[in-house]
Design a protein around this ligand. Structure first.
Ligand SMILES: *[C@@H]1O[C@H](CO)[C@@H](O)[C@H](O)[C@H]1NC(C)=O
Ligand SMILES: *[C@@H]1O[C@H](CO)[C@@H](O)[C@H](O)[C@H]1NC(C)=O
Length: 352
């Protein structure tokens, strides 16, 4: 069998693989504190036999020379920025959110909060990157596929590096994930789990943030009502310890628009992952977007070895479910269209 039949068959099998394996393996530790939702109990494991050949084909597809396609890129960015305005609306600033504004929680639209003088004071004065466009950006998902990948240098070679949920960058990880950080996100759950909700000693958190230098610490402070007090404690901790990290808050209206945008592209997730949020933001801010550590399957693309959930641990998600493979499929489409580039597997000594 050759030609179109083979292609059609493989395409069909690839779609089956991505859609049929709604797994609980998530690439990012993305557990916001929120009510329990049922998690589909489907575990993806790569059985021997035909699927192995199938992954081989996905691999071949990635091996094809990737080339940015400017027309596709321009079209996509035009749609994204006209619907989401990330470059000036993604982050709450004193300029775009005056005292008296009402912020509607994007994860719980029945709730809102009115901006008073005290809250206003915690907002950054101006957008940290006003009208800036970078040439290259790396967005680092935290997937186990980064383990022993030697991608650190390649990730750090971008002008701008975005990381998710305060990932560890030391103790041998440097080589594989790099250290450079311009934006790092933090979900409130990490403060609950690792830093006692910042109700007791706060120095361990203040010290740990030093690993990210003077990066912007992006918090979904207005996604759920219970995110707000803990995000404010993060803000006050960094202020009190004179940290060089700059805490900023996601604008819930941007997240709402982003959710609508991806839904219009066919995504049926309960909630977007931080990974796709940051990828979207990067697309509006950077001419060339490179994704690392985005691979939502529990086996490696190349040698099928089992992967841990994150490059730094194997903690499974507890409370929520993102449509991870479905998001990956959309990102894969953008990769194929030359809008962004997904890096999987080992990084060779390499220039972007
Ligand atoms: C950014 O660009 C917009 C529109 O092009 C302009 O209105 C705005 O003043 C610019 N902001 C800054 C800080 O330069
Ligand atoms: C990664 O590399 C280290 C050192 O070579 C090795 O000990 C470890 O088993 C490797 N981990 C995986 C998941 O391959």
């Amino acid at each position: 069998m050759r030609g179109p039949h083979v292609k059609t068959l493989f395409f069909f099998m690839i779609v089956l693989l991505f859609l049929g394996s709604l797994l609980t393996t998530l690439t990012l530790n993305d557990n916001h504190v929120e009510p329990q939702r049922p998690i589909p109990q489907v575990k993806f494991a790569l059985p021997p036999g035909p699927y192995k050949g199938l992954i081989e084909k996905v691999k071949q597809r990635y091996a094809q020379t990737w080339k940015k396609q400017d027309d596709n890129w321009e079209k996509f960015i035009a749609q994204l920025s006209s619907q989401c305005h990330g470059s000036d609306k993604a982050i709450i600033t004193q300029a775009n959110t005056p005292v008296g504004s009402k912020l509607v929680y994007d994860g719980d639209k029945k709730k809102s909060i009115q901006v008073n003088a005290e809250l206003f004071r915690t907002f950054i004065k101006e957008h940290p990157f006003p009208n800036k466009t970078w040439d290259t950006c790396s967005v680092v998902g935290n997937g186990g596929i980064l383990t022993n990948s030697s991608c650190g240098e390649s990730i750090d070679s971008a002008e701008f590096v975005i990381r998710c949920n305060l990932p560890p960058l030391k103790n041998g990880y440097e080589k594989h994930v790099g250290v450079k950080t311009d934006i790092v996100t933090a979900n409130p759950s990490i403060f609950v789990e690792k830093y006692g909700s910042l109700m007791g000693r706060r120095r361990p958190f203040a010290d740990s943030v030093q690993d990210y230098g003077n990066s912007v610490l992006l918090l979904p402070a207005f996604s759920y009502a219970y995110n707000t007090p803990i995000s404010l404690r993060v803000f006050y901790t960094l202020e009190d310890f004179r940290s060089s990290a700059r805490p900023v808050f996601f604008n819930p209206e941007y997240l709402k628009n982003l959710d609508a945008f991806w839904r219009s592209k066919g995504l049926k997730a309960t909630r977007l992952t931080t990974g796709i949020m940051m990828t979207s933001l990067a697309l509006e801010m950077c001419a060339n977007v490179h994704l690392y550590g985005f691979w939502p399957f529990s086996n490696h693309l190349h040698d099928f070895r089992e992967l841990t959930n994150h490059y730094y641990d194997d903690k499974k998600p507890k409370t929520r479910f993102h449509a991870m493979p479905s998001e990956f499929e959309l990102l894969l489409q953008l990769h194929s269209q030359g809008v962004l580039r997904i890096h999987l597997g080992h990084c060779k000594p390499y220039k972007m």
